[in-house]
Design a protein around this ligand. Structure first.
Ligand SMILES: NC(=O)c1ccc[n+]([C@@H]2O[C@H](COP(=O)([O-])OP(=O)(O)OC[C@H]3O[C@@H](n4cnc5c(N)ncnc54)[C@H](OP(=O)(O)O)[C@@H]3O)[C@@H](O)[C@H]2O)c1
Length: 318
């Protein structure tokens, strides 16, 4: 699998990354056993993936830790810490950032069976939390970095609630973040105009989430989703153009799967670096790794996607 240097880090990472979150959480989201989730991660490593993303709230760090315990030196580990207490919508006064946050990092290290994390992110930061995050957590992250517990510092957006990337737009004015995780897919490619020029200019690593999620998992979901966008006046595509667009997205693939088009769309966006795929199924994982390594979608099809969805920044595709 093709490897690239992740932004300004010296981490050599595979173009495809395996995500331990999303709806699947490596299968844990729909009741797979611990061992079969471990097998999904091992299959990813065997397929050439070396970038693994998880988070303390996903409940999948231990799965990842078990899968990599004999090959820690071959993988790049990305995990995240929450910036709010569960159930709280803001950074409350009772929050004890230093104590709680450091305990959380120590717990991740234990779960992952390692003594360092390659990329540690602030998880799902909303625009109104950003300044407080910088004040409260950045100094802690810097101390953890100096202590060798984390190597690089990242931040992820909450794409479902911030589909126009307001938080990352603000964060990328600062030069604090080595890596960002951004939502990007064929029905909301708005990061192309806002976030990716900034990451490229400042050599910040880019992790692409939401390439498929729910809406791009199958043609029926996409059709009914876009019908809603049409009804809301968010796109000028008409019903018959939509039918032919979806048909052509399938016809352009070697697998006949919409997911192939969705991952290819992301993989060929020039400033996207690691394309995350979230799955609990080894068959899907192999399909997705193949898709990420496939050629670019035809130019004429990309142009039609641009006309239909290029301006959309209001939905995530969840
Ligand atoms: N704010 C944040 O920090 C944040 C938020 C969201 C996600 N993330 C990270 O980004 C990663 C990727 O996001 P995501 O999990 O939503 O991934 P995704 O790859 O966009 O979508 C995954 C969904 O698509 C399905 N799927 C995958 N391959 C398929 C295939 N070949 N055919 C049919 N269905 C398929 C999966 O179900 P199956 O299990 O059935 O394959 C799953 O429901 C997450 O795992 C997580 O690590 C971070």
């Amino acid at each position: 699998m093709e490897k690239i240097l992740l932004g300004r880090t010296n981490l050599s990472v595979s173009r495809a990354g395996l995500g331990g979150g999303g709806h699947s959480r490596l299968g844990k989201g729909y009741g797979s056993s611990f061992q079969s989730s471990v097998e999904v991660v091992k299959a990813g490593l065997d397929a050439g993936i070396n970038f693994l993303d998880t988070a303390s709230v996903y409940g999948t760090e231990e799965i990842v830790g078990e899968a990599i315990k004999d090959r820690r030196d071959q993988v790049v580990l990305s995990t995240k810490g929450p910036v709010v207490r569960s159930g709280s919508s803001a950074l409350g006064d009772d929050f004890q950032p230093e104590k709680d946050f450091i305990a959380n990092v120590e717990n991740s290290l234990r779960n992952l069976k390692t003594d360092y994390i390659d990329v540690y992110h602030l998880h799902g930061v909303m625009p109104d939390q950003y300044d407080a995050c910088v004040d409260r957590y950045l100094p802690i992250l810097k101390n953890l970095q100096a202590a060798g517990k984390i190597r690089y510092i990242g931040i992820t957006e909450r794409f479902i609630f911030d589909p126009c990337h307001e938080m990352l737009d603000r964060a990328l004015v600062d030069d604090f973040w080595d890596v960002v995780m951004v939502g990007f897919n064929l029905i909301n490619p708005s990061a192309r105009q806002t976030i990716l020029p900034l990451t490229s200019k400042n050599n910040v690593g880019v992790l692409n989430m939401f390439a498929v999620r729910n809406v791009l998992g199958n043609p029926d979901h996409l059709m009914s989703f876009v019908e809603k966008l049409i009804a809301e006046g968010q796109t000028n595509i008409n019903r018959s153009d939509l039918d032919s667009l979806v048909q052509d997205l399938l016809a352009a693939t070697s697998s006949g799967m919409l997911t192939e088009s969705a991952y290819r769309f992301c993989a060929h966006e020039p400033d996207n670096q690691v394309i995350l795929t979230g799955t609990g199924k080894i068959g899907h994982l192999h399909e997705n790794v193949a898709a990420i390594g496939e050629s670019e979608l035809p130019g004429e099809l990309r142009q039609r996607l641009e006309v239909a969805f290029g301006h959309i920044n209001s939905v995530s595709g969840d």
